[in-house]
Design a protein around this ligand. Sequence first.
Ligand code: NAD
Length: 421
Amino acid sequence: MFEPVLLKSVDIRSGHLLSTYEAGGGYQALAKALRDYTPDEVIELVKQSNLRGRGGAGFPTGMKWSFVPKQSGKPTYLCCNADEGEPGTFKDRIIMERDPHQLIEGLAISAYAIGAETAYVYIRGEYVTAIRRLEQAIAEASAAGYLGARILGSAFNFTIHIHCGAGAYICGEETAMLESLEGKRAQPRLKPPFPAVAGLYASPTVINNVETLICVPHIVVRGAEWFRGIGPDKSPGPKLYCLSGQVRKPGLYELPMGIQLRELVEEHAGGPLPGRKVKAVIPGGVSAPVIPERGLDVGMDFDSLAAAGTMLGSAGVIVIDDTTCMVKVATRIVEFFHHESCGKCTPCREGLNWAVKVLRRIEAGEGTPGDLEQLEKLCKGIFGNTFCALGDGAAMGLRAALAHFRDEFVAHIEERKCPYH
Ligand code: NAD
């Protein structure tokens, strides 16, 4: 039986308070890191754990930290990506609302490791309760000496600032987030240089997701081997999965990385609604290509899902049953990306606009025989030709829907109506 670690306090009513966090062993990891480890030793520990970024890309966290130059002559910044804009994703919100000190402790240890004295938490503006709870928690932690100058009697100084987004999905893209923090219009930057070398105000900057950061205190207390012992060796650890869509028990689940997608949907989330069948699952937020039901025997980890032609992404698992039209699903998803495109790259701006027009036409029963080839051509034109992953996510998702559910698209065109209505 798997014991939750990251979610262990989220159902406690007072879980957001410092007294509850301390009673559960909170801030002992920070004390241990400052007492027993040098910053480089913390980086080495995180490297040994094989922790990979939980925002979606799965980049090795310890390696990212080690890219920060030691003597840049500039301040180093830590940014927490709490923008969580990916549809179907709500894990970071629950952590910030119900257990914000876990994030503060993760931020403090991570900042110590990379030599940062300042962190920015970029939270999406819609997360009103999360913002309020995190502000209260920062005030409590500062008053108790876990933040501020000479933390716990050490030479380490550390301050956290909260920055609220204003509803744009693109602000979750790390370099657009840096532009937004600098007060500019949020548009992605060309990489390289990566933020670890030239990020906020052209200074070395590490950007980590909320879930990535909250793993760090547990690695410090329980060790790298404990972490690596959960799930696949190359992609280990406890993992938060957001279950939504047409399923009996939607919600946030903490289970080992690498759990079978079928077990997650059919056992933990209770399977489809009465009298229905699962038709497809989107495993990692709408940026992740859809998997038809026959593909559910796959591990929920970065490498297994990549080998299956999709991705773990933000682990926003969206279940779609046999009453749902896949043309409608694909149209809503591409409409979302079109609406959120920042407009900087022509293939994304123009290509998604065009794809939405074609998809709406097919959905309305007004499609023409060449439309599917047109959509495939548009995907080809967008994929790999943009500054950031937004256009890629839209193109990959549309391609997968066209490949796995082509018969539904053809039926709309040939019958000149939606077979589901
Ligand atoms: P990426 O692979 O380009 O980068 C991942 C991280 O590794 C970044 O921090 C990047 O700076 C760093 N990195 C990569 N190569 C590096 C190098 N050579 N040197 C130094 N640092 C390096 O991916 P991305 O564009 O940051 O993220 C895409 C992912 O975001 C998608 O997989 C998607 O699932 C996810 N996503 C998540 C949400 C959410 O709400 N959580 C929203 C949208 C997208």
